[in-house]
Design a protein around this ligand. Structure first.
Ligand code: SF4
Ligand code: SF4
Length: 134
């Protein structure tokens, strides 16, 4: 794989399997995330947090249903256009810049992640995506 040809789209394509919407560490939501989702589903900030969030480490995360999936998962993300920043960034997340091994570990649960890509190119793609999202 030539460095100049590698773009984030080349190393990740979502297979829409929903694995990342299930359990794990929880999806943190910022105030901006909450405002956007609450407006989308026509709820106010407070009722959104009490109805659709759990508190983890003192911060709100999206609640999970009895099936362990995010409450907004129903064969697909039902809030796709306003999904939280954390979901939009996946799998181009900061912890990969700290340790690129995380990319290959994440690939164990995410079939959209390519593992036949050298670490330096993964790092370039992650840095590229993170620079876009600020
Ligand atoms: S686990 Fe990966 S492939 Fe599956 S829905 Fe999540 S991002 Fe897409
Ligand atoms: S908000 Fe959407 S993308 Fe994010 S965890 Fe929930 S269902 Fe998945």
């Amino acid at each position: 794989m030539q460095s100049e040809a590698v773009r984030p789209d080349d190393i990740f394509k979502c297979a829409m399997c929903g694995e990342c919407c299930k359990g794990y560490g929880g999806t943190f939501v910022t105030k901006e995330d909450i405002d956007a989702i609450a407006e989308y589903i026509k709820a106010d900030h407070e009722s959104f947090v009490s109805k659709y969030c759990e508190i983890s480490g003192g911060k709100p995360v999206l609640a999970r249903g009895s099936n362990e999936y995010c409450v907004f998962w129903d064969k697909m993300c039902t809030i796709h256009s306003v999904k939280p920043r954390m979901c939009r960034q996946w799998p181009f997340i900061k912890s990969i810049l700290a340790d690129t091994d995380n990319w290959y570990v994440m690939a164990g649960m995410c079939p959209g992640i390519r593992t036949d890509v050298p670490a330096n190119l993964v790092r370039e793609c992650v840095a590229m995506e993170l620079s876009k999202s600020g």
